[in-house]
Structure formats: structure tokens, C-alpha cells
Ligand binder design. Structure first.
Ligand SMILES: [Zn+2]
Length: 305
């Protein structure tokens, strides 16, 4: 009888232990897949990670799904780009999720813009005019040095929420930063032919990429971030492109193709189609392959004549 009780007890204890083990994982929700991949590299098996966007969306307008509020309600941390990139959907979702752990200013709110030097900070903000970059340009994920800053912010945030595993996060961060540094050195070599090449993009999301690899953004098809073009704006843009010899029009895959193609055709430029985040094309399966894909695709078009 005693033996049976002991067996039963140990079975119960084992069950409890596995139960506790399964729930000890930090439940992480990221807004975009780039952040999910970085978090995976830093937290590994300690995390259970879900991304709201799959990578094909516009970060400023990720379509809502009913599951999002549930995911955020159960989350221990939320990891976001910040600089109000997610303004169109995240504040509302956080309100709906009713989870004090991940509200802005709570420890579980991990903002990946904290180590970023913001580009294009507006001197005057007017949402009525359609400003969707009120804190500066939030598309720093396209620059791998921005990726390093994002990884650092994630490691800090995870350590803040799970101090017990802080040394693991720190160690994994160091390993991942080494990987990125090696890739950045290679990308800098490979991207040398992009230096001085002028570009127009649909939305101003190429600015950090351009700065990193020496390209020159000359204008956008949008009038301002989030404001659709008018015929007058397009005429002006095309004149400027001819004057400045712009040969590259970037069409981010979540923007319409026709106008970018028309602008390119009328100015003798070529269209480069690029994803704006991990998962935007099947080849961009993680952060490193995403940057890889963008550089290779840009080089192919620029070097193709
Ligand atoms: Zn934007």
C-alpha cells in the first residue's frame, strides 16, 4: 500500500513538474516576424513565440484577427518595432487584450526602437495630413545594424521579465550579434556596387537600408508617409527622376504594382520588388535571409544594366 502511494505520489509530482515546465515558458507575442526570429535567437526554448503579422502585410495596417486579442491577453511580453509603426492596430489591441503586463510602460512592453538613431524625425506632426511616421522613420528593420539594436532591446526586455535567465539571454545575444556582424561585413562587400545609386520607393521605408549601403533615396511615389499620390505629384516625381538620373524604383510587395511600373517605364528606370519584413517572400524565412534577399535582389537589378 505504502509502495503504491509512493508511486502515485511520484507520478503526481512528475505530472506537476511537466505542467510547471510547460508553463514556465515566456509567452511572447511580436508584431512582425523579424522580431519573432530575433527573439528566437535570444530566448530559444525558454520562449513560446507568436507573431501577429506573417510578413506580407503593411506594418502600418496589419489586418486584425479575432485571435490577436486572445494571444495578447495570454502574453507575458509583447515585442514591437515602436516609433508608432504599429499605431494603426496595436494600441487598440492592447486595450482589447486587458493584460496589464504588456501595457505601454509595463515591463512586458518591449520597444525595439530604444537603441535606434531615428532618421527623418519630423519638425511638425500633423496626423490630419496623414503623418504615419510622427516619431521619425520606423523602418529600421531593413538595416542589419538596426537588427543588432533590435536584438539588444529584445535581450534587455527578456532579462527584465525573466531575470533568472538573464545570463542565457546575454550569452545568446552575444552569439547572435557575432553572426550578424559577420553577415554585415559580407553584405558591405557585396553591396559595394550599390554605392551612389539613386532610388525612388513607394513608401519611405528604404531610408535605413539606403543609408547603410550608400544608396541615395530621391523621393517616394506616396506624397508623404501614408498619403496616396496625386497625378501632379507623380509628374513632379518623374521630372526629378529624369533630372537626377534615377534608375531604380522600389516597389515594396504590399504596395500596388501598376503605378510603380508606370513610373519606371516613363523614366527609363527598373522596378525592384522587395519585401519590407521577414516572411514577405518565401526566401526571407528569417532575419539574415531577409537582408540577404533584399541585397541580392537590388544587386541583380542594378547590375543588370
Ligand atoms: Zn512607414
Amino acid at each position: 500500500m505504502k509502495h503504491l502511494i509512493r508511486v502515485l505520489l511520484s507520478a503526481v509530482l512528475m505530472l506537476l513538474a511537466s505542467h510547471v515546465g510547460a508553463h514556465a515558458k515566456i509567452r511572447v507575442v511580436t508584431t512582425i516576424p523579424d522580431l519573432a526570429d530575433l527573439a528566437k535567437n535570444i530566448g530559444g526554448d525558454l520562449l513560446e513565440i507568436k507573431s501577429l503579422a506573417t510578413g506580407v502585410e503593411d506594418i502600418h495596417a496589419v489586418p486584425m484577427k479575432p485571435s490577436f486579442a486572445t494571444l495578447l491577453n495570454r502574453a507575458d511580453v509583447v515585442i514591437l518595432m515602436g516609433l508608432e509603426a504599429e499605431h494603426a492596430f496595436l494600441p487598440g489591441l492592447l486595450e482589447a487584450a486587458r493584460n496589464p503586463k504588456i501595457l505601454r510602460d509595463a515591463p512586458g512592453y518591449i520597444d525595439c526602437s530604444v537603441y535606434i538613431t531615428h532618421l527623418e524625425v519630423p519638425t511638425r506632426i500633423d496626423r490630419a495630413l496623414g503623418d504615419i511616421h510622427p516619431m521619425g522613420n520606423p523602418h529600421f528593420n531593413l538595416d542589419p545594424v538596426g537588427g543588432k539594436a533590435m536584438a539588444r532591446a529584445i535581450a534587455d526586455g527578456l532579462a527584465r521579465n525573466d531575470p533568472e535567465h538573464a545570463t542565457i539571454f546575454k550569452k545568446n545575444l552575444a552569439v547572435y550579434l557575432q553572426t550578424l556582424d559577420a553577415a554585415i561585413a559580407r553584405w558591405q562587400r557585396e553591396a559595394a556596387p550599390l554605392r551612389g545609386v539613386k532610388l525612388v520607393s513607394y513608401h519611405p521605408d528604404m531610408i535605413y537600408f539606403a543609408e547603410r549601403f550608400g544608396m541615395e533615396p530621391v523621393g517616394t511615389i506616396e506624397i508623404r508617409p501614408g498619403v496616396d499620390p496625386t497625378p501632379g505629384h507623380i509628374v513632379e516625381l518623374e521630372e526629378r527622376m529624369r533630372r537626377e538620373g534615377v534608375k531604380v524604383v522600389v516597389r515594396e510587395l504590399h504596395y500596388p504594382a501598376t503605378l510603380a511600373q508606370t513610373v519606371a517605364r516613363r523614366t527609363g528606370a527598373k522596378v525592384v520588388e522587395l519585401p519590407a519584413m521577414v516572411g514577405g517572400v518565401p526566401e526571407a524565412r528569417d532575419y539574415v535571409s531577409f537582408i540577404d534577399y533584399n541585397i541580392r535582389t537590388m544587386l541583380k537589378v542594378v547590375q543588370g544594366g
